[in-house]
Design a protein. Structure first.
Lengths: 437, 228
């Protein structure tokens, strides 16, 4: 079991990206022929200035994977995860470095890997099997299992171009997982299927790794799935391995500080004329430190200061919180303060607002601050003055769901078993138990 | 299936009319229709293979960018699939032979040999153009033009014997298509300007086409998934 299934040494992959304005990357034979004399002259003169830029999708990546191991690869978009899988699958060749693979590789890169849209589901199963190097008899043995797993019996003789995306991914996963590859590469496929299918996929991957001793390399943004499946994890950032090792540690590192801060935790606004002007705003964590990263259960302390130059009756300070999609999550104003806080008087005011924990779901949020007399006059407004993000903790139980599946708010719901014996009024009884506890 | 049969038939009829009646080209004393059809049978196999396989990689981009397998299989598959079309045309050619009372001889047994040479050259050309079309999408517009010129530069509507000097005939054979067409005519009609030197040149050029094609294909193959 400790044999190496896959070994990667100093792997790098670069792409040339052409820039607008300069010569294009010669996409047509016509252009190539037409510009040949000019390029020849340029070369002779020695000013063959390149207008393209080298982009390193992967930089000096090395690791080994043991047989029967489930390795997770995580990282934000553009970290190089998919490029890495493409190289492992031998679809593209690395620029430098090498890969040693011991065994047959089956891969599911994006939806419908290697399906020919014009062929039927049945034909595609055979095509994929043949590509994996299996004989017709071997595929026939696995055929029923694949069809049952993918639940596409009725559509077997329909060209896959007419499949729904769910059917597509089910069949693709079924084929990749059942055709007995020794190394299985799975790239973020759970995003498409429904919850039932996601569970089925996870169970199948567990089975493939644990019971059949096959090696699985799994790329996902779904941290719950990663935590559940993988014993070891690699975190990529901009093509480099940032951290590798025990899954929980790597996932925590990813959730903790992976995304680059777009906002500073503290901002000093440029000053301008006006009767009431915001001066400063900042976000603080539980220990009083400035931060833009909070866990779901941490309260967020918002502090700000502003100058009032003349008395403004009814002046209010308020803020709005928007999520990354621009949805308005909530509005809060100083008139909610208990006891009331008056900011009408001239001078500098320093105000703090505490946003409770267990209110916002994981994600990025923006704060817009405003000084105004409601529905009358706007004195100062700073759109998206602050930004912060909420990250899940290991204690959050989201059942493998993430993003929109979780709804809009972090609902801190109390759950309890209802006592069966008390037939009188179970509901009231349970409420009293919860409210007393 | 009907298109497979109709295409060479109509092409041969038009070309025979132009070559025989309008241009009054010689045909080594063989009826023009039979003469042209014979040349087209082998030429069509060659040009169909080159044309279909040149677009094959781009048409199968989904497979190429997502799954690993020897890429060469895609253009190569067309070398074999066009054999079906060839077989249909060959049967029609036999029908023509019967109509024109050309009796079959043992020379017909040499057809597979010339077909093999054609397949080798066609594969070489196919490898060149399929690899080029991945990088340059307009290859598919250039190829038909290129093939058209190639056809007229090969002895299909006229016999090689229009070139009188044997030395120039030998030079003409540097175009390998001349070799197969003349060889094929020798098998079917028994009359041909093919000499032993020309045959050797044809064999040499065929092998050269295949090897340079395969070499070029292998060289650019590693970038296919990135640029397709």
């Amino acid at each position: 079991m400790s044999e190496i299934a896959l070994s990667i040494q100093n792997l790098s992959k670069s792409y040339r990206i052409a820039h607008q304005g300069g010569l294009r990357g010669y996409n047509t034979l016509h252009d190539e022929l037409m510009t040949a004399p000019r390029r020849l002259i340029n070369r002779i003169r020695g000013n063959g200035r390149s207008t393209s830029e080298i982009f390193w999708a992967l930089k000096d990546v090395s690791f080994d994977v043991k047989q029967g191991e489930v390795l997770g690869i995580i990282g934000s978009n553009g970290a190089g995860k998919s490029t890495l899988l493409k190289i492992l699958n031998r679809i593209t060749e690395p620029t430098t470095g090498g890969v040693d693979i011991y065994g047959r590789v089956g891969a599911l890169l994006e939806v419908g890997t290697g399906f020919h849209p014009e062929l039927t589901g049945r034909e595609n199963i055979f095509l994929n099997g043949a590509i994996l190097g299996m004989t017709r008899a071997e595929i026939k043995r696995k055929f029923d299992e694949i069809v049952a797993f993918a639940e596409v019996e009725r559509f077997l003789d329909t060209p896959v171009k007419r499949y729904s995306s769910g059917m597509y991914v089910r069949l693709a996963f079924g084929v990749a997982a059942h055709l007995d590859p020794e190394i299985l590469l799975i790239d973020e496929v759970l995003a498409v299927g429904d919850a039932d299918f996601q569970k089925k996929c996870l169970a199948k991957m567990e089975d493939v790794a644990a019971n059949q001793g096959r090696t699985v390399i799994f790329v996902s943004h779904n941290m719950d799935a990663i935590c559940r499946l993988c014993s070891r994890c690699i975190l990529l950032r901009q093509g480099e391995i940032v951290k590798s090792g025990d899954t929980s540690g790597v996932v925590a590192a990813y959730l903790g500080g992976e995304q680059e801060p777009q906002h500073a935790p503290v901002v000093h606004f440029p000053q301008k004329d006006g009767d009431a002007v915001l001066g400063f705003a900042g976000l603080y964590g539980p220990e009083g430190q400035t931060t833009i990263s909070f866990t779901t259960n941490q309260p967020i302390l918002l502090k700000c200061s502003f100058n009032v130059h003349r008395r403004i009756p009814g002046l209010q300070l308020s803020f709005d919180v928007f999520n990354f999609k621009g949805d308005h999550v909530f509005y809060s104003t100083i008139s909610m303060a208990e006891p009331a806080i008056s900011i009408e008087t001239p001078g500098e005011h320093k105000i703090a607002a505490l946003i409770p924990g267990r209110l916002l779901l994981p994600g990025s949020y923006y704060v817009t601050l405003a000084l105004h007399t409601p529905r009358t006059k706007l004195y100062d407004r700073r759109r998206q003055a602050l930004g912060f993000k909420i990250v899940a903790t290991m204690a959050d139980r989201f059942d493998g769901f993430s993003g929109e599946d979780l709804g809009q708010v972090y609902a801190d719901v109390k759950w309890q078993r209802v006592d069966e014996q008390d037939k009188e009024s179970p509901a009231r009884n349970s409420i009293s138990v919860l409210s007393s506890g | 299936m009907i298109w497979v049969a109709l295409q060479p038939l109509i092409a041969a009829a038009i070309l025979a009319l132009i070559a025989g009646r309008v241009a009054k080209l010689p045909s080594d004393g063989i009826p023009h229709l039979l003469f042209v059809f014979c040349g087209l049978t082998i030429w069509n196999y060659f040009s169909q293979t080159a044309q279909r396989s040149s677009t094959s990689l781009v048409n199968n981009a989904q497979l190429v960018s997502k799954v690993y397998f020897p890429r060469m299989l895609i253009p190569l598959s067309h070398t074999f699939s066009t054999l079906v079309d060839f077989a249909v045309t060959l049967i029609m050619l036999f029908v023509f032979m019967a109509i024109y009372h050309v009796s079959p001889t043992l020379r017909l047994l040499a057809i597979p040999g010339f077909l093999f040479l054609t397949a080798i050259t066609a594969t070489g050309v196919a490898l060149w153009f399929s690899a080029l079309s991945v990088k340059y999408r307009d290859t598919n517009y250039a190829l038909p033009l290129f093939l058209q010129i190639w056809m007229w530069a090969s002895a299909i509507v006229y016999p090689t014997s229009v070139i009188e000097s044997p030395r120039w005939q030998t030079l003409f054979a540097l175009n390998p298509v001349v070799g197969f067409v003349e060889g094929f005519r020798w098998c079917v009609l028994g009359r041909s300007a093919l000499t032993q030197t020309m045959l050797w040149i044809t064999i040499g050029m065929s092998i050269l086409a295949l090897f340079t094609g395969a070499f070029f294909f292998r060289r650019v193959e590693r970038d296919f998934a990135d640029i397709i």
